[in-house]
Design a protein around this ligand. Structure first.
Ligand SMILES: Cc1cc2nc3c(=O)[nH]c(=O)nc-3n(C[C@H](O)[C@H](O)[C@H](O)COP(=O)(O)OP(=O)(O)OC[C@H]3O[C@@H](n4cnc5c(N)ncnc54)[C@H](O)[C@@H]3O)c2cc1C
Length: 426
């Protein structure tokens, strides 16, 4: 894995069994070409190979180089949006279908992990969305009602049970979602890649698609050392669109998120901080995430990059946060710090694009990509096989430039730096 210092951090160190891949060389053909080796591309490749299609996946750098190898590892059900807001925004035709597909997406993730025996520290034992303010608690009450009306196993915990489950007195309550859980995100990507290879998919790393053109009915993709001709193309480059897909950037705006990991906790801290290793995050606009890994480390994350001087600024904030939120941890060093980028858009709904007849893409997961990427990869695989657009629970949209994207990127990055500079000093 490249750029490990501040990109993939702990995950690059503890993910085992990376697939053994080479760059594409020479001229190749396939039924379907998949561009991008994150969850969307890998799930598409796996499901296509299982259905007997010849599929070739091209990854610009390494499997999991993008968000898939850097994220928090919370396997959430649904999106950030509340169910009712999602229904209003997605409309009657798509809303309920989208809610169902995304609400059930953790089941797909954990069933793939089981079926392909993916070793990725998988825990399917709920997540905790923690209220760090009274208004946050109100929002969680609404979320609880809206999901319970749909029969989802979610429950709002009072402050005492929240304190017992988190090991912190900082929260007013927490919404426990039994559909969700945690994984080691990069290890899950490696596992999907190995499973796809096992089913006959061909995967290549260090093979950026630098050019694509239509050649009769086929698409012809060029990488620095090879070409691939395919009848259909799934573009799965998400928030890391490079080379031939740079222009996609204009239709999303970036939000960065960093994480820092302690050494494995010991003694009282080990027993009390998220004792069941449930993943947690809070209701703040500049949200914070808290989780443990299999070795017992505490991993704290929030909005921002850890480039340049921001490393020290956010690291100091994490230390203060641990002191105030989990005082039993005491003074511990932070062993790893890293960050990644996810793609947002103005209404927080994913977008389905048919870029050309048989060249498709679903993007903008707005910070929720483990379940959505896995499920949308499967659905895109189905679409390129049967052409049935009805099975995709999203309208077909044209990529649209977000003219305010630079403003939003600056707003979140600068806002997070200022907030973390000031917060929890007293
Ligand atoms: C820090 C962070 C925390 C997050 N936390 C969570 C979380 O807890 N839970 C959750 O569900 N989601 C989370 N997400 C979101 C999630 O990681 C992403 O939505 C998910 O990784 C998207 O998967 P993907 O396969 O679509 O794209 P990616 O994983 O980004 O993969 C895209 C791949 O395309 C490749 N690529 C780009 N251009 C080319 C090209 N021209 N040719 C070939 N390959 C190319 C890139 O190198 C990259 O590997 C988080 C994201 C980040 C960054």
């Amino acid at each position: 894995m490249e750029d490990t210092a501040t990109s993939h951090g702990l995950w690059a160190v503890t993910a085992r069994q990376p697939p053994d891949l080479k760059p594409l060389e020479g001229d190749h053909t396939a039924d379907v070409a998949v561009i991008g080796g994150g969850y969307t591309g890998l799930s598409a490749a796996l499901h296509l190979a299982e259905a007997g299609r010849q599929v070739t996946l091209l990854e610009a750098r390494d499997i999991g180089y993008g968000g898939a190898g850097r994220n928090v590892g919370l396997v959430n059900a649904g999106l950030w949006l509340m169910p009712e807001d999602l229904l209003k925004l997605a409309g009657a035709e798509y809303g309920e279908k989208l809610l169902t597909v995304l609400g059930n997406s953790p089941d797909l993730v954990y069933s793939l992990i089981k079926e392909h025996q993916i070793e990725c520290e998988a825990l399917h034992n709920a997540t905790l969305h923690c209220a760090d303010s009274k208004s946050g608690l109100k929002a969680l009450q609404q979320r609880e009602t809206q999901w319970q009306q749909r029969g989802a196993p979610v429950k709002l915990l009072g402050p005492e049970e929240t304190a017992a489950r988190t090991g912190s007195q900082s929260f007013y309550g927490a919404l426990m979602d039994e559909r969700a859980g945690t994984i080691q995100p990069l290890a899950y990507a490696f596992g999907l890649a190995n499973a796809a290879i096992g089913k006959g998919a061909r995967l290549f790393k260090n093979s950026p698609v630098i050019k694509h053109e239509k050649d009769g009915k086929n698409y012809r993709l060029a990488t620095p050392q090879g070409t691939l001709a395919a009848k259909a193309v799934i573009v799965a480059v998400h928030a890391y669109p490079g080379f031939a897909f740079q222009s996609i950037k204009k239709s999303m705006f970036w939000m960065n998120f960093f994480q820092f990991a302690t050494p494995p906790l010991t003694g009282e801290a080990d027993k009390t901080v998220l004792p069941e290793h449930q993943g947690a995050w809070d209701t703040n606009l500049i949200l914070s995430s808290y989780r443990r890994d299999a070795a017992g480390r505490l991993i704290v994350g929030s909005v921002g990059t850890v480039n340049d001087f921001a490393y020290g600024l956010h690291e100091a904030w994490v230390k203060r946060t641990i002191k105030k939120t989990f005082p039993q941890v005491g003074d511990v060093p932070l062993e790893y710090g890293w960050h990644g980028t996810f793609a947002m858009n103005s209404n927080h709904l994913p977008r389905f694009h048919i870029l050309d007849d048989s060249m498709v893409m679903i993007t903008s997961f707005n910070g929720r990509g483990i379940g959505p990427g896995t499920v949308f990869g499967k659905l895109l695989a189905g679409y390129v096989m049967d052409g049935d657009v009805q099975k995709i629970p999203l309208p077909v949209l044209k990529p649209q430039t977000i003219y305010t994207r630079l403003f939003w990127e600056l707003f979140y990055e600068t806002g997070a730096r200022l907030y973390h500079f000031i917060q929890r000093r007293i």
